[in-house]
Design a binder for this molecule. Structure first.
Ligand SMILES: [Zn+2]
Length: 132
């Protein structure tokens, strides 16, 4: 049997049921702008190759109008691009640490819009930045 494409999976009755539940829980309103008169989508907050579209946790599925869906996708892509530039050691520190300093450093990096070349590629340099 040929593997189903993602588009085909979205026609699966399990996804149709799930998306209806998400929309119903949001009272058929966009959860960003509150629109009731626009086409609504159910947005996946993240993607995993090991999950079918209907298998995601409820708290990662969002009822959004098409416009807010597009903006949300753009925001996620932006954040993922920045996360992609973080040194793997720092990612591990973030996951393992309950230190507010590490979490703040991570947050500062994500939102240091003006600085794309911040030397987070190098953990030592990152620590110098953090201690400023
Ligand atoms: Zn909206």
């Amino acid at each position: 049997m040929a593997r189903k494409t993602y588009y085909e999976k979205l026609k699966d009755p399990r996804w149709q049921k799930k998306r209806l539940e998400v929309m119903k829980a949001a009272s058929f309103k966009c959860q960003v702008c509150g629109a009731e008169d626009k086409t609504l989508n159910v947005h996946h907050g993240y993607y995993s190759r090991s999950l079918e579209p209907w298998e995601y946790p409820d708290n990662t599925l969002w009822c959004l109008c098409e416009e807010c869906h597009k903006e949300t996708q753009d925001c996620l892509e932006f954040i993922q691009r920045r996360i992609g530039a973080i040194h793997p050691q720092l990612l591990q520190q973030f996951i393992e640490s309950r230190s507010l300093g590490v979490i703040r450093g991570f947050n500062d990096f994500l939102f240091a819009w003006e600085c794309d070349t911040l030397c987070v590629m190098d953990p030592d340099c990152y620590e110098q930045q953090e201690s400023k």
